[in-house]
Design a binder for this molecule. Structure first.
Ligand code: FES
Length: 146
């Protein structure tokens, strides 16, 4: 008899722990300090025309969480635009520095390096290429080549 009731208690406890675990997981995507959860696109994303990016400058694609710099004509470098401090998306680029609106970190848009804290980890580089006249960031599509 007592065995049955303690088993029930355990089950109830497990259900509660499960619910609590879910809450923590959902929260950590917003506020997990130190590591962005999904810092780079996991599938190719089309950004726009390459000439939107000034030569020697950079452009922020907030929606896609990517920034692209153009060190020289026809050359592009892309980085995650998600702050490596707590995962906010950068809000603007000033003087070739990406600005994080949450706690003021700054990143070099040509290297991804953290120039000003609290972030210390550089923005991860993202593959970028021009396809059909559009910049495409993220991993190559895995369609077999004909
Ligand atoms: S999230 Fe804290 S500085 Fe960017």
């Amino acid at each position: 008899m007592s065995g049955q009731s303690s088993r029930r208690t355990v089950l109830k406890g497990a259900a509660l722990a499960g619910a609590a675990g879910l809450g923590v997981a959902a929260c950590s995507t917003e506020s997990n300090l130190g590591h962005a959860q999904v810092p780079t696109p996991t599938a190719p994303v089309t950004l726009g025309a390459p000439d939107e990016i000034p030569v020697g400058g950079a452009k922020l694609y907030r929606e896609q969480r990517v920034l692209v710099s153009c060190p020289a004509k026809g050359q592009y470098k892309a980085f995650s635009a998600q702050c490596t401090h707590a995962g906010c998306v950068l809000d603007k680029i000033e003087n070739n520095e990406g600005n994080c609106p949450c706690h003021g970190s700054r990143f070099d848009v040509t290297t991804g390096k953290a120039l000003k804290g609290p972030a210390t980890v550089p923005l991860p580089e993202v593959a970028v290429r021009v396809e059909n006249g559009k910049l495409v960031a993220g991993p190559e599509a895995t369609t077999p080549k004909a």
